[in-house]
Design a protein around this ligand. Sequence first.
Ligand code: SF4
Ligand code: F3S
Length: 109
Amino acid sequence: MPYVVTENCIRCLYMDCVSVCPVDCFRAGEAMLVIHPDECIDCGVCEPACPVEAIRPDDDKEGMRWLAFNARFAEEWPRICEKGTPPADADDWRGRPGKSATVFGAAAP
Ligand code: SF4
Ligand code: F3S
């Protein structure tokens, strides 16, 4: 049961999750991170580390919706092992509805 990055991460990218993951299983896209589901050891420490509650277990409703997206882009995006600087406008995107369709269009869950 891996954990999954969901819509709240989009354009926020606070990256506190990266600092706490013991197995470096996050991957970084330009607009959000995803978790590689085959590498996640289900430790759960990243879930409370995210300030916008973007990380969910894959048996939660939102986690289920985003699992295939995480699995797909974990194969395409590069591994990220260190927290970087969040976007300057991260707080403007916090909690904004409809981010997924705006940013990912047809690829959005
Ligand atoms: Fe990493 Fe643990 Fe979060 Fe999985 S649950 S992404 S192993 S910190
Ligand atoms: Fe995204 Fe939260 Fe990590 S906003 S980058 S999942 S700390």
